[in-house]
Design a protein around this ligand. Sequence first.
Ligand SMILES: Nc1nc2c(ncn2[C@@H]2O[C@H](COP(=O)(O)OP(=O)(O)OP(=O)(O)O)[C@@H](O)[C@H]2O)c(=O)[nH]1
Ligand SMILES: [Mg+2]
Length: 432
Amino acid sequence: MLLNDTIAAIATPLGAGGVGMVRISGEKAQEITKKLLKIKKNHLKPRLMRHGFIKNIDEVLFVYYKAPKSYTGEDVVEIMGHGGITIVKQILARAVDCGARQAERGEFTKRAFLNGKMDLIKAETIISMIQAKTKEGLRAASGQLEGGLSDKINEIRGKLMEKLEKIEAAIDFPGDLILKMGELKIEGIVREIEGMISSAELGKITTEGVKIAIVGEPNVGKSSILNVLLKESRAIVSAIPGTTRDTLAEWANINGVPVMLVDTAGIRKGKDEVEREGIKRAIKSIDEADVVLQIIDVTRGKANKCEIPEGKPLIRVYNKVDLKDCKKCDGIKTSAINNIGIDALEKEIYHKIMSGIRNNGEAVVLSERQRQKLIMAKESLQKMGGSDRISMEASLIALELKEAIIALGEITGKEVSEQVINNIFSKFCVGK
Ligand SMILES: Nc1nc2c(ncn2[C@@H]2O[C@H](COP(=O)(O)OP(=O)(O)OP(=O)(O)O)[C@@H](O)[C@H]2O)c(=O)[nH]1
Ligand SMILES: [Mg+2]
């Protein structure tokens, strides 16, 4: 991908709206804008909103940002027209006629990264913010925009580089090849990284959410439970066993955590091919779920507790308590049709989600890629500092240290391959 051409894209969603924006970035942004708007004056004044007409298309407002004080670090012009699909498409087409190239996904943000306007943590944080499903998830991600996490990782990386220098100096004096690990003080850094990894688990949950499968025998009230949790009548409910035949997934917000609820076909010996396929899918969704809700009908005596794999977080939900009390039930008691026990169920779901992680209240939002790198850095450092190894050859220590330094550099983007960069920015939309 070239950096020296000028790109353009529609920056607002394609649909009818109040405003639609086309963004242009690159050396020729000014020149293209002048052609587009038929402006004669030699220079556009930076950061001043102006008014103009694009012939046969629209009446617009536009702002010029002079490099490097722009989102991408290049000359940028943002043109705002009335929000109509044809209008913005036509403005973009005209910009292309005037010399711009249509931008690829995430190309504006990629340029911002390559021009040093932001590191990869910020770029990936922006993806998380755009995808945030709850305000809690958004808050966790946006708190990172100011750069606290980048600072922390850069600081750790800096400390490790200092240690590496010391060790490399020692290697130059063969007499001192054995180092005392204690003198390196690696444990504190390992603990710091561990703290970040566990905070990242919380960050992942609040931004990406978790998957919950609702399973049980036919007719126990699985779809009814889904509907009350969603507060809408999403799934078909009927007294006929075997109503739900396919899996049905829908996002809900439970105490700020985005939760994908998956309603499934009742598990029994399937009567026909379609039902058997539905049951297969139900069993598969148990596998894929982070938490399983097993719904049991209290009127039906001994519950058929279908096989839930050992270790899978499980909540037993005894439903239809309006019909029959259930004193010895070891779970949450509900009546889906009377909205009884639903608050308790939501609390229990939240509790189960959070109990799986170490929660120190601080959420760090990292992509899976970044989390893996943090784990790699930690493991390299731990290889150096095992308690059974009081001493280790300096050249080996240096090797592990370098690994950790590279892994941390890959998180912020200081050391990262072009392929990784392309992969990250392809997750953005066009125009971002
Ligand atoms: N009395 C009572 N009836 C309920 C309750 N929850 C669900 N039902 C009824 O039980 C029947 C089955 O409910 P569904 O939600 O369709 O059950 P399901 O588990 O999804 O059933 P399948 O999709 O066939 O596996 C319906 O007639 C519901 O109205 C409850 O708490 N109390
Ligand atoms: Mg159902």
